[in-house]
Design a protein around this ligand. Structure first.
Ligand SMILES: Nc1ncnc2c1ncn2[C@@H]1O[C@H](COP(=O)(O)OP(=O)(O)OP(=O)(O)O)[C@@H](O)[C@H]1O
Length: 442
C-alpha cells in the first residue's frame, strides 16, 4: 500500500504540488492523468524517493521511502522514467541484469534466481531477440521495452512508470499495458503517468487526475473522465463516449470554444448565467453528432430528432445519454413523432438545424420548424449534396435558413449562448417582444 500524505514540492519559487494526499491499495493499477506540466513526473519522483518533498511524507507499506538507503528503496520501488536514454553503451541484456543489482553483493556471480528473472523479463517484453545488441543501437520504443524488462527483473512490489507507451506503436502500446496488467494481477502495485486517456481508461483500475498543483479527482475511469472535468483540468472541449469494442471510455477532444463549459479552477456549474436550459437539434450525420458532442461538453442539456436510429447522430446521442426522438430509417413520420417534435421545440430555449436533410419524409419537419425561435443553422455539407428535394421544400428550407442565425460546428456553443443572451434581454412578460429584433422596432 502506498500512502502519500500532504506532499508539497516547489522548484525555487514555483510551487508544483501542494498538499497532495493519495493512498493506493496494493495490487491496483493507478493512472496519473493531467495536462503537461501538472506535476505527474514530480509526484512519481517523490513517491520513488528520488525527489525529497518540501513537506509531506511517502510511505510504502508503512515505511517512509525517504528514510531508506538507495539499495533498500530499489528493492521496494522500480521506475521506468520518461527519458530512457542511458549514458553508457551497455548490451541490452546487461541493462536488464542491472535490475538485479539491489539483490546482489558486489562481486558475486548472478544466482539461479537472478538468471531466471532476467530471462523471464527478456521474454515477456519481447526484448530477447536483440538482447546482445548495444542499448545505443535500438530504437526509442525498443529501449522503452528494455527499461520495462529491467523493471520486471527488479521484481519490486511497487512499479512506477512515466509515460510507458509514449514512443510505442499501437501494437506495443497494448502489449506493454497488457504486460503491466499482468504484473498487477501478480500482486504488484503500479502507478503510471499516461497521456493517452483512452489507454489509461482501458487498463487502469483507477485514474488520478492531477491539475492545478493538486489531485482534482480520483476514482474509476468512467467517473473521472467526464466532459466537465476534462474542461477543468485540460481546458479542453471533449466528448466522452464508450468504445464499443472494449467498453471503456473514449475521449474525443473537439476543436472550438468551450464557452459555457466548466473552466479550470471553477466549479462544475455552468459559467454562463444565461446558458440555455435545453437545446433541440434537428439534423443528422456527423455534423449533428458534432453539435451534440459540443453541447454535451459545454454541459448544455440537449435532445435530437427525429433521427433514424441507425444514424451516427442517434448513436452519438445514445452514447452521451442525450434524449432522442428516433425513427425507423426511411419510415414516414407518424403523428405521434410530430407531436413529440413540437413538444421538444417548444420546451427548448434554442433549436439547432444541423445538416438537415429534406427528403420526402421531412416536409412535416420543415413545417414544425416554421415556428421554432430562436433558430440556429449549422451546415457542413452543401444543400445540393445532401438533398434531392423539390422546389417547394427547397423554398421552405431557404426561408428557415434566412431567418436563422448561422453557426459553424466549432462555434455552435458560442452562438447558442449568444442567442440566449439576446433573448434574455427581451422582457418575457410582453408578448409582442417574443422576437428580439422585432421588439426593438415596435
Ligand atoms: N528540476 C526542475 N526545476 C524547475 N522546474 C521543474 C523541474 N522539474 C519540473 N519542473 C517544473 O515543474 C512542473 C511540473 O513538471 P512535471 O514534469 O512534474 O509535469 P508533468 O505533469 O509530468 O508534465 P508532462 O505531462 O509534460 O510530462 C513543470 O512546470 C516543470 O517545468
Amino acid at each position: 500500500m502506498i500512502d502519500v500524505l500532504d506532499l508539497s514540492v516547489a522548484f525555487g519559487d514555483v510551487s508544483v504540488l501542494e498538499d497532495v494526499s493519495l493512498s493506493v491499495e496494493a495490487g491496483t493499477f493507478v493512472g496519473l492523468v493531467g495536462p503537461n506540466g501538472a506535476g505527474k513526473t514530480t509526484l512519481l519522483r517523490a513517491i520513488s524517493g528520488a525527489l525529497e518533498p518540501d513537506t509531506g511524507l511517502v510511505a510504502i507499506d508503512g515505511t517512509d521511502v525517504h528514510a531508506l538507503s538507495s539499495r533498500e528503496s530499489s528493492r521496494l520501488v522500480s521506475v521506468v522514467p520518461q527519458d530512457t536514454s542511458l549514458s553508457f553503451s551497455f548490451a541490452v541484456r546487461d541493462v536488464v541484469e542491472m535490475g538485479r543489482t539491489p539483490y546482489r553483493s558486489r562481486f558475486s556471480p548472478p544466482t539461479v534466481e537472478d538468471r531466471e528473472r532476467v530471462a523471464d523479463a527478456l521474454e515477456r517484453t519481447g526484448v530477447e531477440r536483440f538482447a546482445d545488441r548495444s542499448i545505443e543501437d535500438v530504437s526509442g520504443g525498443e529501449r522503452q521495452r528494455v527499461i520495462l524488462a529491467r523493471t520486471i527483473a527488479q521484481d519490486t512490489p511497487v512499479v512506477l512508470l512515466d509515460e510507458p507507451t509514449a514512443s510505442l506503436d499501437i501494437n506495443h502500446q497494448v502489449e506493454t499495458l497488457e504486460l503491466v496488467s499482468e504484473l498487477v494481477a501478480d500482486g504488484k502495485t503500479v502507478i503510471a503517468a499516461i497521456h493517452d486517456l483512452d489507454l489509461a481508461a482501458r487498463y487502469c483500475d483507477e485514474l488520478v487526475m492531477v491539475a492545478d498543483r493538486r489531485v482534482l479527482e480520483r476514482g474509476p475511469p468512467e467517473s473521472v473522465l467526464t466532459s466537465a472535468r476534462l474542461a477543468r483540468a485540460f481546458d479542453a472541449t471533449a466528448a466522452v463516449t464508450t468504445n464499443p469494442v472494449t467498453g471503456s471510455p473514449v475521449v474525443t477532444a473537439l476543436s472550438g470554444n468551450a464557452r459555457g463549459g466548466s473552466k479550470p479552477g471553477g466549479d462544475d456549474a455552468n459559467v454562463n448565467e444565461n446558458a440555455p436550459a435545453r437545446v433541440h437539434v434537428v439534423g443528422s450525420g456527423s455534423t449533428a453528432a458534432g453539435v451534440l458532442a459540443r453541447l454535451e461538453a459545454a454541459d448544455i442539456d440537449a435532445s435530437i430528432g427525429p433521427v433514424a436510429e441507425t444514424d451516427v447522430a442517434a448513436e452519438t446521442a445514445r452514447q452521451l445519454g442525450i434524449d432522442r426522438l428516433s425513427v425507423e430509417p426511411f419510415a414516414s413520420l407518424e403523428a405521434e413523432t410530430m407531436a413529440a417534435l413540437q413538444r421538444e421545440i417548444s420546451r427548448s430555449d434554442v433549436t439547432v438545424i444541423a445538416d438537415l436533410r429534406i427528403g420526402a419524409g421531412n416536409q412535416l419537419v420543415l413545417e414544425a420548424l416554421a415556428d421554432a425561435e430562436p433558430l440556429l443553422v449549422v451546415e457542413s455539407t452543401p444543400f445540393d449534396d445532401r438533398n434531392a428535394a423539390g422546389e417547394g421544400a427547397r423554398d421552405r428550407y431557404e426561408r428557415l435558413r434566412s431567418r436563422g442565425v448561422r453557426a459553424d460546428p466549432e462555434t455552435v456553443v458560442e452562438r447558442v449562448l449568444d442567442v440566449c443572451d439576446e433573448y434574455s434581454d427581451v422582457d418575457s412578460t410582453a408578448p409582442d417582444q417574443h422576437r428580439p429584433i422585432e421588439s426593438d422596432d415596435d
